[in-house]
Design a protein around this ligand. Sequence first.
Ligand code: HEM
Length: 456
Amino acid sequence: MIWLPVILLLIVYIFINNERKRRKFPPGPWPWPLIGNIYQIDSKNPEKTLNLWRNKYGKIFTIWIPDPLVVLADGELMDINFGKPGETFAGRPHSAIMDLLFKGNYGLMFDENEIYKNQRRFALSTLKNFGFGRNELDPLIIEHAENSLKTEVGRSINGVVNTKRIFTVAIARVIQKLVFYEDLPDVDKIMRLKIVIENLFTDWFNPHWMVLESMPWMRHLEKFGIFNFGIQKAAEYNDEFVEFLESQIEHHKDYLKTNSEPRDYADCFLLEMRKGESPDFNPWQMTIACYDLWSAGVETVTCTLQFAVLYLLRHPEIQEKIRVELKTFEQQNLAYTYANLRTLAYYNAFFQEIHRLTNVIPFSLTHEMLEPAEIEGYKFPAGTCVIAQLACFNLNPKHFPEPEKFKPERHLDEQGNLKPDPLLHPFSIGRRSCLGEALARPELLLVLATILRNYR
Ligand code: HEM
């Protein structure tokens, strides 16, 4: 009997403590002790839940997963904060899942805050030397798109083609060239890697993983078969992908034994390691940086292109308009380059609409504040975690009338010119915005144009 008041007191304490912690943050859904809001989030469509909360709590709110995460659900707030000069929002939090799967925060997406700037700068400048973000890369993208298309059409039965294979193979070969130079002739191997990546990406929204983030010891329950977090399965996929990357890196070590001219990101990284000037250039950091480039590079672009094809199939009239626009290139004897495709108002409006409606990545990754910051009157200490709900405006009827409808025209002015939309942030903004944007944008335009020039 003596235990009853103790338990009651404990419950009261937990609830009071919960409320005390909440007071320091913007309002949001009420969090349960220990699990916060984790199991209130629709894991198949987390964006839907966050949209509901945005409507209820406004442009800044807090969710507890189970640690507090401040959500910026307003384009202007994102611009002002993520976009401001300095390092305030440039951090990534330490992650227990990263510890479990990657032995710590490594790579380019979640690397330690002390090293991210150098690693990001090195990746961008190295990749640029090999054509990233420059028009020299156009022929490579077109060549892989044409070859992949030809192969897939060649193996089609009754005219049915697998667009996922076309896009995956083309896009994977482009990033493969930049990171590892040598082509991957085995299409089945590429498709296997894609499945591995897909499975790894899906799990990042697994609510059980959010529980593990704050209580990593619970993973032992999986070992004893008490609860399945999916960590074991993810670790197997992870090992398979890492094995592929390490075999590529081994080839590079062999190459550099007899050659000194770097051909790609991997060669440059190994040469940097050989200099021995910085401990941040180490073998594991290299593996995970290649992991991030390869996986982020393939998954996002392929997925966006697949959605583009789906919308074109549902809207043959839109397909026809794009084709008419593309035809002007032949009439004017213009090459199919990214720079030229950028001038096509309707085609670019089409992609703007694709980004709006598909939201391949609806939120930024988690940012950690590296310095104290004040947002909307709330004072946050350094270390506070924050995400931007990038797609928060995309279905708002005030900004986009009839938001569910696919209408590229909404991005054109009266003269038919493209209106760049300051509310659309598919690649996020600021210091930690997408590192691959300068590659993704030409890939999208060039690969789809290659298909539309040849097929309906
Ligand atoms: C349609 C294509 C793509 C979309 C929509 C997209 C979107 C994003 C978004 C929203 C982020 C998170 C930014 C943040 O946390 O604020 C991100 C990060 C990142 N993306 Fe992309 N991405 C795309 C293509 C690519 C490609 C092709 C690559 C690689 C070549 C790439 C590499 C990365 C990397 C390395 C990061 C982490 C950057 C950092 O933390 O500093 N992405 N991307």
